[in-house]
Design a protein around this ligand. Sequence first.
Ligand code: BGC
Ligand code: NOJ
Length: 810
Amino acid sequence: MQFGHFDDVRKEYVITTPKTPLPWINYLGSEDFFGLISNTAGGYAFYKDAKLLRITRYRYNNTPLDNGGRYYYIKDGETIWNPGWQPTQTELDEYTCRHGLGYTVITGKKNGLKAQMEAFVPVHDACEIHRITLTNESEAEKDVDLFSFIEFCLWNAQDDQTNFQRNFSTGEVEVIGSTIYHKTEYRERRNHFAVYSVNKEIEGFDTSRDAFIGQYNGFHDPEAVLEGKSRNSVAHGWAPIGSHHLKAQLAPGASESFVFVLGYCENPRDQKFVAPNVINKKPADELLAKYQTDAQVDAALDALHTYWENLLSTYSVKTADEKLNRLVNVWNQYQCMVTFNMSRSASYYESGMGRGMGFRDSCQDLLGFVHLIPERARERIIDIANTQFEDGSTYHQYQPLTKKGNADIGGGFNDDPLWLIAGTSAYIRETGDFSILDEPCAFDSDFSKAVPLMEHLRRSFGFTTKTRGPHNLPLIGRADWNDCLNLNCFSEEPGESFQTFGPSEGPVAESVFIAGMYVKYGNEYADLCEATGLTEEAADVRAKVAEMVDVIEDAGWDGEWFVRAYDAFSNPVGSKVCEEGQIFIEPQGMCVMAGVGLENGKAAQALKSVEERLDSKFGIVLLQPAYTKYHVELGEISSYPPGYKENAGIFCHNNPWIVCAETQLGHGDRAFEVFRKTCPVYLEEISEVHRTEPYVYCQMVAGKDAPTFGEGKNSWLTGTAAWTFTAISQYILGIQPTLSGLKVDPCIPASMDGFTLNRKYRGVEYKITVDNSAHAQKGVAEMYVNGNKIEGNVIPPVEGTTAEVKVIME
Ligand code: BGC
Ligand code: NOJ
């Protein structure tokens, strides 16, 4: 069953009922000001940091679901309704929600009145615009009341939800004309305030939630709206809100628009006030002046469209499969931008208060984003490196506002350091900008100790080189990529965090997955050494990598697949000798991607085992057989019911590793099959089963052991976005940035005749045509650049800013 459809021309997903299986959301903003908005206008906004500078309040896990947002109430006679159905839930005559690139348009119709809400964040401004357009489509004149409503958060989202004894007394606002200023804590240490304004004269306003809603009413029946009259309330403590009351008199056919701006403003500390406790409103005046007219809003929307057109023109493909085209050209890249911006901080499943920017997450998010805005990827790499410790180990996350590492969800995840090499290498392969390696980067944010980024990479590699266990495999520490494989934890008490309880280190527990990473990213590090003239170091790194390959093929090989790990007693995890959890997906993907066993058949055997033991209709599950009991020596992984999350769920993030691995073996048919299974656009028709948005990946789909097999969870913020974009763009379609240029090495289904692709790379726009009339799965027979046949399949430097590339597969 579908709840909408793709509009490929406008690059929108059009939702045709407000009652989607779960809220289907979109993200507004791409730089500093962000909003999450659902198809019923739920959600919240924040500036830079969802925990520390939350602008509007949101209650997670509420009932009914998705309660609270930007609500516009219309009172037309006795009927009160919202264009997005929530929260009044008045049945609409018509409803659509169009989620587009950085904007959302919700349109409702009731009793001959059409109300359209356009919501977006302008490209370089710190505000959300909501333009409400009312159109009288009836035969009679209409007199309608319009009420706006948002609920302010008292900035620190965590404190806001917990510290009521203080917070019920701190709220402060100012109201001048049509503008509401939220200034809680501004009198003391904050130098920022929020503003909520409309470009028309108002009938009244409210800033006290209790006055507007009434103590025992709800969002769905606020007293002020029921009575058609604002209270002009000024909040003192309790819950400050922003609400405007406007009137529209509409002749048949007439329209009127109202531009609301919800913004974030800052003042220099010494210019905060114009009078005792009266805000200096200069930054707000400047911001609001930009969005007073429809023409200004139209221009800002056009600028947003141009911004996205431009970004997406970096990579776009044309194949015979329109679903593939829409995923690659629009939605996957869009999600990569969102994951890059948010890491795992703010979604409908991440509260914005817990995890900040993940070290490993952000390094991986880069992989799918770096081609879009390389300068931002560069800055991010440096921010991440600045949090590393001197011995090469790392914090697991850092706070976006302060950019300082914190140990809130633990440290000592021993895969983290190597991901820094992955991100940096991707950046240089994209841009050719080796100067990043000379950038001074701090240790633990101490800039007096700054050393060039290259030294950070050296320490990343060096950390894994020396942090080894009895089989000479890397020690796993707290966990590796799989946060839930906690081999040193041994937690027996409910509520203990598996990520912070117990020692972060053990002398014995080892990870074959990290060993695979060491080979893959060790080689990428050696490439960087070679390219920068460090020949001896490169040779030394290659030798160490070769030793690790031997270790993997020995202690890391179980006979038919790669072992996952060794636990704190040196017993294997993910081996045929185990009762449960005999085979895991991660080492198969990572080791084969790293090239281990390609020559001696182990790689092929491992992938065959994956297909036989882990595959399912909806994707490859993380492990089999699922853990049915709690294993204290394994930790969180065995805490989930079978089929969910890391315990044999289809953890979408590592399915693309298998895709990449299959292409190493030239298996184009199988690579595409695996790619297709978790790909949301192909699941649109079964949205009632999949439940999450059909335009973005989710973190996890319930596995075959789960009662709800096929059900998606945790949409949007997942490394799946970056890795699938890497898999489809670089491994299947085969357009691979390398240090020496763009390589073309497709590995596609034999049935595919070929494709054409536009790729902007290092200042040149390449028009690439791949001809697969041979119906091969892999292999380039001939390649022509601007009509000239070239040797090999790496495009040599060209003159000018465009080039035609023709590739013939064999
Ligand atoms: C995992 C969760 C786990 C969490 C702990 C995540 O990476 O996916 O299952 O509960 O880490 O912080
Ligand atoms: C989600 C986390 O954000 C990521 O860092 C981790 O690798 C996966 N879960 C697997 O546990």
